[in-house]
Design a protein around this ligand. Structure first.
Ligand code: ATP
Length: 472
């Protein structure tokens, strides 16, 4: 972590006002409030037709970098519901909590460390039962008296089976990591992997956050992209940690996030999660401040060691080269799929002026763009033009996401595609019927190129392949 850190105050967010993104997301079908016709449900969001494409592309890009293009990482997809003992052993039942304070007059509840005036507090301060009085903190809504903080466990509980009693309690997982740990032995034996090797997983996690918000930044139901890298103890973990740190930063950068809006932040010793020996976050400059995008954690042998003890299963690794048996240590990279998609969306947003008109462009990486190509007719009244459009679009659709649109004049159709980040538009005109050529327009440069209609799919797939980051 020797690189120079950007001056936190000098870096402006990509958009000053989050509402610009929230309204674009709703209007164009990226993200909708959940259950909106019933007034919505707090901190749950639904992905619309464009959002689901974006998020799937983010997950694919992560999987490609973390699993597909590596020889030392394999994937799993574990259940959301797990044996309840998992969460006792992992420490989540005992320690996965945030400090909650409540207003005596309006009964609003807050996470203590998110109240105004707590920005500089250490974790030791936050654990101080006198902290509310000491700092004279009051309710931000009505100035009412706040209670002393109490720990609030973030795990959602439900019941398994038809009887709703204590014995039937199960938890909705608050992280995907445990599904990888409990499968460590299965994966090692079935794949014959040797250390160091990793288990990657993408899936839903649930946290009963006290103060969710900032759109999809903090939700109660969200998706994580986590990778557990199993290594030799101590030095193995220290080396892996230093290797993964720049790699994870490079992933966001390669997919287009502005470098000056990214930084590393190391957790202070009193801030570390119950399982962590060391933790460094990749942070992004959101419109609401510098916030975590992803955490890189040295979890030591906390998880495998505790699971071995509690389950009685031997989770040791035998290294034939050194003739040693030991519990591997873990370096984890823990990212959020929603938070990453949100970041790519915000950072790509720009407004510019073109020939006296405002143009909104989502300059998103082509690999992440919901649609790669829009096929547009210059004259929708000419059936031969429309037919050629559909032929080109159908051929493209066998390889990638393409769309046909004829609901406006061409200038407007281009603007609509710019706003949702479609990297290329293919336009069919009267000349196309004569010479078999069509126009390909580039979203960013706004240059136009004539190519043969029969070459469009190859042209686009070549461009996509060339744009795709390598060696992440
Ligand atoms: P925070 O301090 O923001 O609560 P955390 O340190 O508890 O986050 P981790 O447990 O390290 O987060 O989770 C790994 C990643 O999962 C986070 O970096 C984030 O991208 C994502 N994540 C965690 N909680 C949420 C949430 N409530 N909504 C959306 N994404 C989340």
């Amino acid at each position: 972590m020797t690189e120079p850190q950007p001056d936190p105050n000098a870096v402006a967010p990509s958009v000053a006002n989050l509402d610009v993104i929230v309204s674009l997301a709703k209007r164009r079908g990226f993200v909708f409030p959940s259950s909106e016709i019933y007034g919505g449900i707090n901190a749950v969001w639904d992905y619309g037709p464009l959002g689901v494409e974006l998020k799937n592309n983010v997950k694919r890009a992560w999987w490609r970098a973390m699993v597909q293009e590596r020889d030392d990482v394999v994937g799993v997809d574990a259940g959301i519901l797990m044996h309840p003992q998992v969460w006792v052993t992992s420490g989540h039942v005992g320690s996965f909590s945030d400090p909650l304070v409540e207003c005596a007059s309006c009964r609003r509840r807050y996470r203590l460390d998110e109240l105004p005036g707590t920005e500089e507090l250490t974790q030791t301060d936050i654990k101080d039962p006198e902290i509310v009085d000491r700092l004279k903190l009051t309710c931000p809504a009505d100035g009412g008296k706040l209670s002393a903080p109490r720990r609030f466990n973030l795990m959602f509980k439900t019941y398994m089976g038809p009887v709703e009693d204590e014995a039937a309690i199960v938890y909705l997982r608050p992280e995907t990591a445990q599904g990888s740990y409990v499968n460590f032995k299965n994966v090692r034996e079935s794949t014959r992997k040797k250390l160091p090797f990793g288990i990657a997983q993408i899936g839903k996690s649930f946290r009963n956050e006290i103060s969710p918000g900032n759109f999809v930044f903090r939700m109660r139901e969200f998706e994580q992209m986590e990778m557990q890298y199993f290594v030799r103890p101590r030095e193995g973990a220290a080396t892996a940690f230093e290797e993964w740190l720049p790699k994870r930063m490079a992933w966001y950068e390669a997919y287009g996030v502005t470098r000056s809006r990214l930084r590393f932040r190391e957790h202070a010793p009193d801030e570390l999660a119950h399982y962590a020996k060391k933790a460094i976050d990749v942070e992004y400059r959101f419109p609401f401040g510098w916030k975590e995008l992803e955490g890189i954690h040295n979890r030591g042998d906390w998880d495998l060691g505790n699971h071995a003890k509690a389950s009685g299963e031997n989770l040791e690794y035998f290294d034939p080269a050194t003739d040693e048996h030991f519990i591997p240590w873990v370096v984890e990279t823990a990212a959020g799929a929603d938070r990453a998609a949100f970041t790519f969306l915000i950072d790509a947003y720009r407004e510019e002026e073109v020939r006296g008109e405002k143009r909104v462009v989502l300059g998103i990486h082509p690999d992440l763009a919901p649609y790669k190509v829009a096929v547009l007719p210059l004259l929708k009244k000419r059936p031969e033009i429309v037919e050629l459009c559909h032929r080109i679009k159908d051929d493209l659709k066998r390889q990638t996401m393409a769309v046909y649109d004829d609901t406006a004049a061409i200038g407007k159709l281009y603007r609509r595609q710019d706003e949702i980040g479609t990297p290329w538009c293919v336009t069919v005109d009267v000349d196309s019927l004569e010479d078999g050529n069509v126009t390909v327009r580039d979203r960013d440069a706004m240059t136009q190129e004539r190519i043969s209609a029969g070459q469009v799919t190859r042209y686009i797939t070549d461009k996509l392949d060339a744009a795709r980051p390598r060696g992440l």
